[in-house]
Design a protein around this ligand. Structure first.
Ligand code: SF4
Ligand code: SF4
Length: 484
């Protein structure tokens, strides 16, 4: 069996956990007005003409046995898409790389052999394969067979889907999928049809069904003037929230115009020419703010010195309003990420995120996770009695912040108390108190006790060289905690 792929990308760190190899299938049943990869839309190979490379030599005209290419002074090279059979002869003959064939036919075994070369990276990083497109379910038989082969050797698998596919095909595919990225473009069926060419009934039905079986991340491509109204974003978020515990998060994908020139190369019209992407101004503002305000040296002082750590700040409205911390071990160094979502969106300015000085606290919080999570995880068994007892009491508040279990609550508890200590060291007692009160209000009732205990740790650093060595004291606090 052969599939038609558009491209592959290695060493990707988005679109799923760990280091991933992304496989892009060709063909999509939707025609979104804003599609940034029009070369993946059609389910067959196509020729791109890259005008800036073209020397108008005419060799391609001569070689095309279908008379699909013409050349003139006025229009340059034109390809008649009706006549072109995508044989690729013209590509071979063009020395200037002005023609490109997109779409490779490949067998399941060939694709598997190719991605399996990256298996050592998957194992080391808990990464894997993500199949996107185009739309992977449009070639469901091929993708199912491919992912089945990947699962046989325990490779983590994810798909990115628009959800417009018969349930029986998607269900079969899900047997070999660990994580689903699911796009929702608009909640109104009629508007959805105007924007994408199809209604959203089947898509929303499938989202619900997928969420019963697999972890799901809902993605909303945020297109100014098309689907970025508060009303639609809230309606989508409300729909997503009802998907239950398998909903991992909602991501807002920012609009961009990267695909515009590909439309020209395919002789297609881009319909959203007038729509502008968000400006880069906010990135500069935020970068400056972080450089001026965040004291990253505090992490070494507080947790114990480490020489192998690089701090990496990612400003990403792909997260929607959520921020994340993560870490990755690469070439002998630990890269610690604070991935910032956009808390405030300047809707009138076409969706540019806005940050205030309080974002420094979020940066510290997210970096803090890379330090705190492994410490908490080491003692999770000892923390279980507290976690299981207290999580039900604050479950509603925790879940409203996307903390779905007691283990996550415990990791958050330590990070939040450390954040209070950061504020104490850098911004003064009043600010530390404000932050502690904020976390208590969010359901972490023990924040004051825990941050005070961390204050004792700070005073006894000759005895406790790192926070790791102090963790038994923290466990004891939780074991004896008797507050609200
Ligand atoms: S062969 Fe290449 S450079 Fe020459 S006219 Fe054709 S596309 Fe342009
Ligand atoms: S791909 Fe083949 S048919 Fe199409 S324009 Fe090139 S030579 Fe002609």
């Amino acid at each position: 069996m052969k599939g038609l792929i558009y491209d592959m990308q290695r060493f990707a760190i988005h679109d799923g956990p760990g280091i991933r190899t992304l496989v892009y299938m060709k063909g999509c049943p939707l025609k979104c007005l804003w599609c940034s990869s029009p070369q993946t839309q059609k389910p067959f190979s196509e020729i791109l003409h890259i005008e800036m490379n073209c020397k108008k030599c005419g060799r391609c005209v001569e070689v095309c046995s279908n008379n699909a290419i013409t050349i003139s002074d006025k229009d340059g090279v034109k390809i008649d898409r009706e006549l072109c059979t995508s044989c690729g002869d013209c590509v071979e003959t063009c020395f200037n790389q002005a023609l490109k064939l997109v779409g490779n036919n490949i067998t399941v075994d060939e694709l598997f052999q190719e991605v399996n070369k990256d298996a050592p990276f998957f194992r080391r990083s808990n990464g894997g394969i993500t199949v996107g497109g185009g739309e992977p379910t449009m070639q469901h038989e091929f993708v199912t067979a491919f992912l089945k082969k990947c699962k046989k050797i325990y490779i983590n698998t994810a798909i990115e889907t628009c959800g417009y596919v018969k349930w029986k095909y998607l269900k079969e595919l899900l047997n070999y999928v660990d994580l689903v990225y699911f796009d929702i473009k608009h909640m109104d069926p009629q508007v959805h049809k105007e924007l994408t060419g199809v209604s959203n009934g089947l898509i929303l039905e499938n989202a619900e069904k997928v969420s019963i079986l697999r972890p799901i991340i809902i993605r909303i491509p945020l297109i100014p003037g098309c689907n970025d109204s508060d009303e639609n974003v809230i309606a989508t978020a409300n729909f997503a929230k009802k998907l239950g515990d398998n909903l991992q998060r909602i991501e807002l994908l920012p609009y961009h115009k990267f695909g515009m020139q590909t439309y020209r190369q395919l002789d297609r019209e881009y319909k959203l020419k007038e729509v502008e992407p968000p400006s880069d101004e906010f990135m500069e503002r935020l970068k400056k703010l972080i450089e001026e305000k965040a004291n990253l040296g505090w992490f070494d002082e507080f947790f114990g010195p480490r020489e192998d750590v690089d701090f990496c700040l990612v400003i990403s409205i792909l997260n929607g309003p959520s921020s994340y911390g993560s870490r990755i071990r690469l070439e002998g160094r630990t890269k610690i990420y604070s991935i910032l979502g956009a808390w405030r969106i300047d809707w009138l300015g076409w969706g540019s995120p806005k940050f205030t000085p309080s974002v420094v606290g979020t940066v510290v919080h997210e970096f803090g996770h890379s330090y705190c999570n492994p410490l908490v995880d080491k003692h999770m068994d000892d923390l279980r009695p507290f976690g299981e007892k207290y999580f039900p009491r604050v479950e509603e508040k925790m879940k409203s912040q996307a903390y779905g279990n007691w283990q996550t609550m415990m990791r958050e508890s330590l990070v939040r108390a450390c954040e209070v200590r950061y504020a104490m060291a850098n911004d003064g007692e009043k600010q530390a108190e404000r932050i502690a009160d904020y976390h208590i209000g969010r359901g972490f009732h023990w924040t004051k006790e825990l941050s005070e205990l961390l204050g004792h740790y700070e005073k006894q650093r000759e005895r406790y060289e790192t926070l790791d060595t102090f963790m038994p004291e923290i466990v004891t606090l939780f074991q004896n905690y008797d507050g609200p």
